[in-house]
Design a protein around this ligand. Sequence first.
Ligand SMILES: Cc1cc2nc3c(=O)[nH]c(=O)nc-3n(C[C@H](O)[C@H](O)[C@H](O)COP(=O)(O)OP(=O)(O)OC[C@H]3O[C@@H](n4cnc5c(N)ncnc54)[C@H](O)[C@@H]3O)c2cc1C
Length: 467
Amino acid sequence: MESLITELRNALPAKAILTDAADKAPFETDWRKLYNNPAVCVVLPESAEQVAAVVRICATAGVKVVPQGGNTGLVAGGVPVAGRDQVVVSLNRMNKIRDIDTQGDTITVEAGVTLQEVQEAAARRERLFPVSLGAEGTARIGGVISTNAGGIQVLSYGSMRAQVLGLEVVLADGRIWDGMRRLRKDNTGIDLKQIFIGAEGTMGIITAAVLRLQPAVRARATALVGVASLESALAVFAALRAAAGSALTMCEFISRESMELGIAHIPGGRLPCEAAAYLLVEFSSHAGGEKIDEALLEALEGALADGTASDAVVAQSGRERADLLRIREAIPEGELAEGGAVKHDIAVPVEEIPETIRAIEAMVGEKYPEFRLNIFGHVGDGNLHVNVRPPAGLTLKDIAEEKTAITAAVEGIAVARGGSFSAEHGIGQMRIIGMAAHKSSVELDMMRAVKAALDPTGVFSPGKVLP
Ligand SMILES: Cc1cc2nc3c(=O)[nH]c(=O)nc-3n(C[C@H](O)[C@H](O)[C@H](O)COP(=O)(O)OP(=O)(O)OC[C@H]3O[C@@H](n4cnc5c(N)ncnc54)[C@H](O)[C@@H]3O)c2cc1C
């Protein structure tokens, strides 16, 4: 490995190569602290040409390359796997915003710009970048594209795939593909960028992107709605959607247990209202004005009158809105602080949600009565995060045996109802068993064929996505 590091040092500035154990450590462990495997070194290139040089040097040496952004991924896709020589390529120093085009409503950024920086740059020019998720201050655009991240506004704006117009990618042979188009329409053969979106770094390294912007949101109305059950939650969702259409930009389900976890993690946190479960909802308007508040109040009054909603707290200021959103964001942090959870990211057709969750509750109650369920997520997308926490006092390490069986059962219940076992977090190294269990051989063969065509020697991210 010494000659590899020498070659990397010849190609990149000295400060771009980390070999010291303490320097490498943060790049070797995933966000949930479940995976920790050594990297030969970590490199932090500052240009696509430097990324290309790293890929060429590693490919020649037979060493694998793992691209990494903010390392907030929840399936350990951006950290090394066990037993292989791997170099982590962190895109964090490629962090320039190259251009904002307010005529065509696009933003052109390098892969290491954080999601929040993109949102803020758009806001400064009175535009909206709509993808929003709890880790947005740390997650980087290359990672967000590579996971096709969803978040809390998919309902109205779609997931990351819907925002990407163009990409620049370093390929397995070290060539740089310039696909940085700003076009809304381009039917000239296969849409190659789609291969890299959601590929979790297995097809190439994204070094820059052109993203679509939306008009700025000029008025928002946000509320926390108490509901008695998932059925009621879906009825409220349907009523709000009927009232607002695509102006319903957020509809997040929070079970009572999840609410309590989130609140416990916020200093001074308290329940905004008593309920069996909650919906965090938001109407947004690009036109502004007070009509949006009236529309939300009217829809909520209807839901309270017909009994589908049991209570509602409407945010009266930006501060109160931030407080409500903070509770939702604090749930994963609360879980982690309290020993972690066996996490699942399932999607089912929306009407299947109550049955699916009942089947999961019955399975956990019967086989793992001491375990604690907390469920939250993007109910309007049919996507719920089903988290099974170990019995009080135990951690994930103590339940290693049960963990695999619980995941197989939860994923199986979702897939049997026409669902997905990974709606927005991807596969990484954590969900590979699910790929083998739930994907047909035809699907796996097609994916392997694309991988073999673009990365014939398997230089990118071994042990990820494909079993
Ligand atoms: C608190 C919290 C809340 C979250 N909420 C959501 C949510 O609501 N919705 C959601 O979808 N996700 C969510 N996530 C998951 C995570 O934030 C997203 O998956 C995010 O998109 C990952 O971005 P990252 O830069 O951290 O990527 P990383 O974790 O660094 O990498 C993720 C994957 O992308 C690959 N990759 C990274 N950069 C590149 C690149 N430049 N080129 C090619 N491949 C690359 C990596 O190899 C890896 O496979 C959440 C995570 C946390 C911690």
